[in-house]
Design a protein around this ligand. Structure first.
Ligand code: A3P
Length: 295
């Protein structure tokens, strides 16, 4: 009988001390031969921080606000995800080969695993950070629906793993801090999910300036409207509904789940919140980044 590979819930694999989805860890070898181009633009985030949102915003900018052009393919094809690899789907590296310049690229990698070529080529980076509590809740539901992750266990045990950096891509605390440090020496536009929620047009204008483009005011309005949570949730080219359900099961939890700031309050117990805050203060001591955990 033909042996069918079981792609469901393999344990994380550690690369240079960083836990990763098994298939993504396997993708890092081939990714060594990737060459960045100076006009590439890298979208970097810790998972669940607004990657898909800013990807749609940037593709809309690159397409001059033309919604039809942005419907040409799912976001994972329009914005190649460097370390993406799942059996049965084209890897990020394969998608990249067919992507013409100027390219938008996506990664969640910490700096220790980032291909050096991106730094050597001085590739501009749009980094989006989101408050840790909402990231933890969003990540828990993502683990539940995306079966390339190990089983998340209970919310309480997942939260412990998140605080210990024992989830895919490792420590949120380290990720947001090291990319912030990089922004002092490398062209990084460091954005916050909560700011995008508060005033999407203001943040879109920051991105436009950073990528050296300008668009009429009504096009900026149009981009803000097309990239709202409500619009993206019903857009199959943005909401990941094209990924087979054995990999992402939207019946368990939709990829476009709630899209708000402060949802952690519905999930954290008082005891979890206190414990998290104490641990947070230790891990973020000496860092001048400040996050808003509600808007
Ligand atoms: P929730 O699970 O809290 O709803 P990423 O793209 O980095 O994986 O992040 C996914 C998170 O961003 C999910 O958070 C998702 O709902 C939210 N999101 C995606 N598009 C959004 C948008 N246009 N506006 C607000 N939040 C959005």
């Amino acid at each position: 009988m033909e042996q069918v590979q079981d792609t469901s819930r393999p344990p994380l694999e550690y690369v240079k001390g960083v836990p990763l989805i098994k298939y993504f860890a396997e993708a890092l070898g081939p990714l060594q031969s990737f060459h960045a181009w100076p006009d590439d633009l890298l979208i970097s985030t810790y998972p669940k921080s607004g990657t898909t949102w800013v990807s749609e915003v940037l593709d809309m900018i690159y397409q001059g606000g033309d919604v039809e052009k942005c419907r040409r393919a799912p976001v994972i094809i329009r914005v190649p995800f460097l370390e993406f690899k799942v059996p049965g789907l084209p890897s990020g590296f394969e998608v990249l080969r067919d992507t013409p310049a100027p390219r938008l690229l996506k990664t969640h990698l910490p700096l220790s695993l980032l291909p050096q070529t991106l730094l050597d080529q001085k590739v501009k980076v749009v980094y989006v950070a989101r408050n840790a509590k909402d990231v933890a809740v969003s990540y828990y539901h993502f683990y539940r629906m995306a079966k390339v992750h190990p089983d998340p266990g209970t919310w309480d045990s997942f939260l412990e793993k998140f605080m210990a950096g024992e989830v895919s891509y490792g420590s949120w605390y380290q990720h947001v801090q090291e990319w912030w440090e990089l922004s002092h020496t490398h062209p990084v536009l460091y954005l916050f999910y909560e700011d995008m929620k508060e005033n999407p047009k203001r943040e879109i204008k920051k991105i436009l300036e950073f990528v050296g483009r300008s668009l009429p005011e009504e096009t900026v309005d149009h981009i803000a409207q097309h990239t709202s949570f409500k619009e993206m949730k019903k857009n199959p080219m943005a909401n990941y509904s094209t990924i087979p359900p054995d990999i992402m099961d939207h019946n368990v939890s939709a990829f476009m789940r709630k899209g708000v700031a402060g949802d952690w309050k519905t999930t954290f117990t008082v005891a979890q919140n206190e414990r998290f805050d104490t641990d947070y203060a230790e891990k973020m001591a000496g860092c001048n980044l400040s996050f808003r955990s509600e808007v």
